[in-house]
Design a protein. Structure first.
Length: 139
């Protein structure tokens, strides 16, 4: 069995954002030379997420609005976590809702998606470099 590992780095200049990372993950798959197996894509930071959904701007705006209703950033004093001197309590909650990682099947050397599925990096406390782990195993 082959095993492949790579870190992808992102620096979202704003507090929040969504990046379609499907091309980067597909490039990792080609580098790995795995034809049949599994691909794990995982956010390596507790205020970021990796998820699968449609690459449609209206949906991304809906996510932004929905997440802000679930865990509004302000006032920052509403989060006990922020008593540590941070202001990102909401980002931890948003990450919990959106998820840490995804696993995608690999079939015939391709990511085996359903219709419209793409992989996204979700940032909830940006303005600094963060990484995503791509781990591929298979034959």
């Amino acid at each position: 069995m082959k095993s492949y590992r790579k870190e992808l780095w992102f620096n979202v200049p704003s507090r929040r954002g969504f990046i379609n990372i499907t091309p980067e993950v597909a490039a990792c798959l080609q580098e790995s030379q795995v034809r049949e197996g599994l691909c794990l894509v995982s956010a390596m930071h507790i205020t970021a997420s990796v998820f699968i959904n449609d690459d449609e701007p209206g949906l991304h705006a809906d996510y932004e609005d929905w997440l802000e209703k679930l865990a509004p950033h302000a006032p920052v004093s509403q989060y006990r976590h922020n008593r540590t001197g941070e202001d990102n309590g909401d980002a931890h909650l948003k990450r919990q809702v959106m998820g840490r990682e995804v696993v995608v099947a690999i079939t015939n050397g391709q990511l085996d998606f359903g219709p419209w599925e793409q992989i996204f990096y979700g940032e909830f406390d940006g303005r600094r470099r963060k990484r995503v782990l791509v781990k591929i195993i298979g034959e």
